[in-house]
Ligand binder design. Structure first.
Ligand SMILES: Cc1cc2nc3c(=O)[nH]c(=O)nc-3n(C[C@H](O)[C@H](O)[C@H](O)COP(=O)(O)OP(=O)(O)OC[C@H]3O[C@@H](n4cnc5c(N)ncnc54)[C@H](O)[C@@H]3O)c2cc1C
Ligand code: SF4
Length: 484
């Protein structure tokens, strides 16, 4: 297992084509905007070497019996699913942001199930190919990007009816050695921090869309793959001198648009090829695992609640009854989220291939709550923080010989707390609820792993309505025959 430092060094060997602000990024590892996101992934490596978290962050490979980082593991029991949720919370609290590595773990687990199921229906060899790939990922402790979301063009039309056929990633050529693909994947979390990119179809497909029903994995620096980094609000503060205005000084996240400009994929890396009936299954398995992964938001919630309590103490309001009530409400919402991710793990099941999978209904209920509760927790944090959070002058003014003393004097609240500490905690709350941290804590909670309506559809499909009606009818004496 690599340490965080070894992981960062290993990425240095990649020749990634990365663009940001209209220019090719010369040194991806050293770029001040990308670097904090790399540090966040590095935290997933360091956790595996922390004796306190060994059982959470490591597992035994079912392929080799070797100790591996849990992010490379295929869940072998319900306990594995539960440890995964707990690990997500710990890392969310350690980094205060998206630590990016879960998308790859969830893609590996989903493919472990679906490659088996395709082979059971056809005379294909996907399972053997996938296990060989998995062994490589585990042996080298790699980070994988889980690439599902296509640009999708006009949402009203399926892939084959788009005016531009590249709106969904598809195969354009096939030969003895492999296939050539064209298209893009949008919003890719941690893309330029990944050694590998695992591509999956974005939604259930029909026969007319079979050229789009493909899944494969490639090294992230394969010829023809281009990364264009997405903007995050106030991210250029990372380019300024000083650290206070950044809010989160240590970690961050990033997303990228990943373009596949006629990229060659050898057959041994192809895990689904036009078996369109299985595209929906792969999406459902990946989405369920990733909806469970949103235990990370509970950890980030821990940071925000800690920040809200701290600013209340600095402002001198911590003892007010409504402030105490609001902090309790924040904890209530955050722990409710934790219940959801543990529940879908505890109610998991064994798939025929041996991989353990979360309960789909409860994973979707959990993610539906994630689309709401962080917004309410953020609203309460902003309420407690006060308006200074958005009118605070910059760190440069605070350090200025001309006006710094005024800020030191007038921005102090409790006489026991230096103004600088108040600034620091306010900037952290701003980061998480309005700044770059809100990308991960709010909008990613809304749309990441699927927008709210995607979970509503799954919830309505998964609930056993017949059984609920039977319970009601039995209690009030309705006989089935009479009610029809
Ligand atoms: C921060 C962040 C990180 C992410 N990380 C990853 C990642 O690592 N890997 C990955 O694969 N994806 C990732 N995603 C993508 C995520 O899964 C998508 O954002 C999500 O599925 C929504 O897709 P969209 O953004 O294209 O929005 P849209 O599909 O445009 O949805 C916007 C709204 O339109 C509605 N809508 C869309 N289509 C229809 C329709 N046909 N009929 C009716 N209503 C419709 C939706 O329900 C929603 O309300 C990430 C997203 C975010 C924000
Ligand atoms: S949003 Fe959470 S679950 Fe998804 S990759 Fe980031 S940290 Fe992991």
């Amino acid at each position: 297992m690599m340490t965080g430092a070894e992981y960062e060094a290993s990425l240095g060997k990649l020749n990634l084509v990365v663009y940001m602000f209209g220019k090719r990024v010369a040194d991806v590892g050293d770029d001040p905007i990308i670097k904090p996101s790399r540090k966040a992934v590095a935290a997933t490596y360091d956790l595996a070497h922390d004796p306190e978290f060994e059982s959470l962050a490591t597992a035994r490979s079912h392929l080799t019996g070797k100790k591996i980082n849990r992010f490379c593991h295929i869940h072998q029991s319900m306990d594995d699913l539960i440890q995964k949720s707990k690990m997500g919370r710990v890392l969310g609290a350690r980094t205060g942001c998206c630590f990016q590595r879960c998308v790859g773990m969830d893609a590996l687990n989903a493919l472990s199930i679906v490659t088996y199921n395709i082979d059971a229906s056809y005379e294909t060899q996907y399972r053997a190919r996938f296990l060989k790939y998995l062994a490589y990922v585990q042996e080298n402790d790699l980070t994988c990007d889980g690439a599902m979301t296509d640009p999708k063009g006009d949402r009203g039309y399926p892939p084959h009816q788009q005016s531009d056929p590249d709106m969904f990633l598809h195969v354009i050529e096939e030969n003895e050695a492999g296939i050539v693909v064209r298209g893009a994947k949008a919003h890719q979390t941690g893309a330029v921090n990944s050694h590998e990119i695992i591509v999956m179809p974005t939604m259930a497909m029909r026969e007319a869309d079979k050229d789009y029903a493909i899944s494969f994995a490639l090294p992230s620096d394969t010829a023809g793959i281009i990364y264009i980094i997405g903007r995050q609000s106030s991210e250029t503060r990372k380019l300024e001198e000083g650290t206070i205005d950044r809010g989160n000084q240590l970690f961050g996240g990033h997303e990228a648009l990943v373009v596949f400009d006629d990229v060659f994929v050898p057959w041994e890396r192809v895990f689904m090829y036009k078996e369109y009936e299985f595209a929906g299954q792969l999406v459902e398995k990946f989405a369920s695992y990733h909806r469970q992964s949103y235990a990370c938001k509970v950890g980030v919630g821990d940071v925000l609640i800690g920040a809200a309590q701290t600013i209340a103490e600095y402002n001198g309001t911590a003892k007010a009854s409504h402030i105490k009530d609001k902090i309790t409400e924040m904890n209530h919402l955050n722990e409710t989220l934790y219940c959801g991710c543990l529940a879908c793990a505890s109610e998991g099941h064994r798939e025929p291939c041996g991989t353990y999978c979360v309960d789909t209904l409860l994973a979707n209920v959990h993610k539906q709550n994630v689309t709401r509760f962080p917004y309410e927790i953020s609203r309460l944090a902003q309420d407690i923080a006060g308006g200074l959070m958005v009118t605070l002058p910059s760190e440069a003014d605070f350090r200025s010989p001309e006006v710094g003393a005024w800020l030191e004097k007038y921005l102090q609240a409790s006489p026991h707390v230096p103004a600088e500490n108040r600034l620091r905690i306010l900037r952290l709350i701003e980061n998480l609820t309005l700044g770059p941290g809100a990308v991960g804590y709010l909008t990613e909670s809304m749309h990441g792993a699927g927008s709210p309506q995607a979970q509503k559809i799954m919830i309505s499909r998964q609930v056993d309505m017949h059984q609920k009606q039977q319970s009601a009818k039995r209690l009030c004496g309705i006989k089935e025959d009479e009610s029809s």
